[in-house]
Design a binder for this molecule. Structure first.
Ligand code: IMP
Ligand code: MG
Length: 184
């Protein structure tokens, strides 16, 4: 899919490349400041957090390690069931380490609350969350997001790592998908 083809599928842009870059820079400064006397391991959730992780880690002045997990929710349909299966586990032992989970979007919050519990149970010294986007549905479940990029309306969004059927991840903006894509 060419980039200009993808743009025809978008209803409207929610966040421009510039807005995202500005906010990621601010978040990186906060993380730098908060962990200035301590080590931190960034744990990215595949695949949605790939762009965010790459930009965040390079916007930080503190050198950090990165590791990755891939998880999937059990259950049918598009809703998260809260029962999570690990598709790819961490390579690094996190016992005694400060972990910062880097996630693309908080919707029901079920995936992230499971992940926080799972990483805590491995004896991490601390587990915090950095999330680029949060939908209104996320207020129902109490997921402690230490660093938040943007609150967005309850629309299905793509771009900057976020996908619909594995497409649109490489868009540099975050945009709502046009309804004709769902109806297709
Ligand atoms: P939840 O918070 O457990 O409901 O799951 C959040 C996950 O669902 C995210 O990590 C995304 O992979 C996916 N997701 C939720 N909302 C969207 C969206 O608007 N666009 C793309 N993926 C989404
Ligand atoms: Mg995700």
């Amino acid at each position: 899919m060419r980039a200009d083809d993808a743009h025809a599928d978008l209803a409207h842009v929610l966040l421009t490349q510039e807005q995202i870059a500005q906010r990621v820079q601010e978040l990186a400064q906060s993380v730098d400041e908060d962990y200035k006397d301590d080590d931190v391991l960034l744990v990215g959730v595949l695949k949605g957090a790939v762009m965010l992780m790459a930009d965040l880690a390079r916007a930080m002045s503190k050198p950090v390690q990165m590791d990755w997990m891939a998880v999937s929710s059990y259950g049918s349909g598009t809703r998260s069931s809260g029962v999570v299966r690990i598709l790819k586990d961490l390579d690094i032992d996190i016992a005694g380490r400060n972990v910062l989970i880097v996630e693309d979007i908080l919707d029901s919050g079920l995936t992230l609350s499971w992940l926080i519990g799972n990483l805590r149970s491995r004896g991490a010294k601390s587990v915090e969350v950095l999330c680029l986007l949060r939908k209104p549905s996320a207020v129902k479940i109490d997921v402690p997001v230490r660093y938040l990029g943007f609150d967005i309306p309850n629309e299905f969004v793509v771009g900057y790592g976020l996908d619909y059927s594995e497409n649109y991840r490489t868009l540099t903006c975050v945009a709502a998908l046009s309804p004709h894509i769902y109806q297709a």
